[in-house]
Design a protein around this ligand. Sequence first.
Ligand code: HEM
Length: 609
Amino acid sequence: MIRSYRSFRANLASAKASGLPYVIVPITNYQIFWIFTGKFFLAVLCRLPETWTASWIDFLKVGWSSRLFHQPFKNFGCDAFLTVSPFSNVLWICDAAAITQITSRTEDFEKPSIMKKILDIFGENIFTSGGQDWKRHRKVMSPVFAERHNYVIWDESIRQASHLRRYLLNRQKSEGGIIDDMAVELHRLSLHVICRTVYGVPLYETPIALALSPRPGDKTLDSTCGLRSRHSRNAHLLGFGNALNGVLDNLASIAVCSQRLLAISPSRSHRFAYQAYTEFFTYISTITRSKTVAVAAERGPQEMDLLEALTSSNRNLTDDASSGPSRSILSDTEITGNTFLLIVAGHETTAQAMYQLLSLLAIHPSIQREIQKSLDKHRRSELASPSGDPSRISNSASAALLESLRLFPPVANLPRRTVRPQSLQLGDGRTVTVPADTEVNITIGTAHRNSNQWTRYELDDADDLHGFKPRRWMRSDGTKDNSVDGGNFTDARAGEHRGSGYRKPQRGAFLPFGEGVRACPGRRFANTEVMAVLTVLLSEHSIELAVPELDEAGLKALSGKERKTAWLQARDRAMATLNATKGLALKLGTEEVVPVKLVERGKETIYDF
Ligand code: HEM
């Protein structure tokens, strides 16, 4: 108690000295204790009189920045503020100038250790390492994200999207026409694509078969996986897909509890987590070993999976830092760690981006039609074999994806932490000092809707930063704009937007893929997958918002005015659903999702009112 009080006094003193506005809260969201029990305590705190809690309770809620956007910052009169508690101070920031400093000063603003714990379970990797180690990982990983591997991603995405389309159309026929779990289906698709492209292992031929949340004790083997017999001599109780899903669903407990504890825990789900972890580890270590042989056979880059590309790059590059005989830069465990990281970093983010974009297109049929026309134009040429830059496929589709990522960034916050006090210059010219041991949270969604930084991109008086306006990324006459300032699209690693002529916000104002040297290297991967899925789903069909009143029977009974009202109400509901979405829960199917249906092109029932 006394220690907590002393620590609170010290945190408060450093907050006062920082020059930043601050608010006192009872706990920080980063406490392990809070991560596991926060829901319960929050419910208790919410019962306290509002006058006691109004100034701080929101900041304890997961994802507050994606709900309240810029409002709290406006209230503080500053695009950065601190929450002060006995445990630590947290900096919340959406100031573009300061964000750029934070993302470029990687040693001053480190990644927090909790992320390392969760994402290191199969070995250290590019995401969790820092300093010289990160440079080693980066050196080997960079070729994996090269353009030449686009074909594998494209082919698998087209294949999976074609399965998904067939499956959805069949389901619509038998289940009365509404798809109310598009997010779950896209998560499955994305997991299939990433598994096939990273490990060369097809999970299942169709998404129908994959149970995303296997029950503890589930002994069903993936009959179509084929991995067991080909790659592993060990007996497995779980198939590759179920082991992977078991790990993904139990990441937090695997990271936090020791494996011995999980193995003997009385909880069935803990024992299942242990089983999934050990089996998946055996699978990927075996595959990794087998790839060294495959690489020796010198497959062309267009057929290589990413693990083959990784082992090949690890063999061909040598460790400059080593004074002895040349040796591989990454150990087998690090290779395994990196492949698992690709799965974690790449599938949910991309699935969420797809779900949000498709939902927005259902809500905005005229924009969808524009995209369909532009996809039609390119279909025969670039679409057959992508040139490596999928954003060239369709300007309007790329602009829609950018706008969708602006409104709903799949990664809501970038977490960092300070070890020593750090000075930052805010956009308004003020210099502030972030105290030592501060948890830093870059609120991406807020930066994307911060009117201080985006006003010059508004298209007209009616436009606002909460609306879906892909055209804000193009010049108002619809042509490309190459005279824009250097924004983060020109990031040397992201590359694909260099010179492509989309409007570029100032640095730090648009960062769905992060910014600076630690920005996402999988951006091209995600773009390719999204474009492939759009191409397949929207080529012969349109995606429509499902409005029961406007189905075939309902249409006849309604007057024009009533139709319009029903559609506008459904559109508002759908937008509210998207705004309320809490990322990860989508995969579990526990969140409300936007209901849609696939309708043959030319037979759409929704009109633009
Ligand atoms: C729409 C999809 C995606 C989004 C929104 C996204 C977002 C991000 C963000 C914001 C970061 C930076 C995190 C930080 O600075 O703390 C990041 C890093 C990373 N992403 Fe992605 N990502 C996506 C897809 C992918 C894919 C498909 C892959 C791989 C196949 C991938 C691999 C990585 C890796 C390896 C890093 C770590 C880079 C480093 O620390 O040097 N991402 N991603």
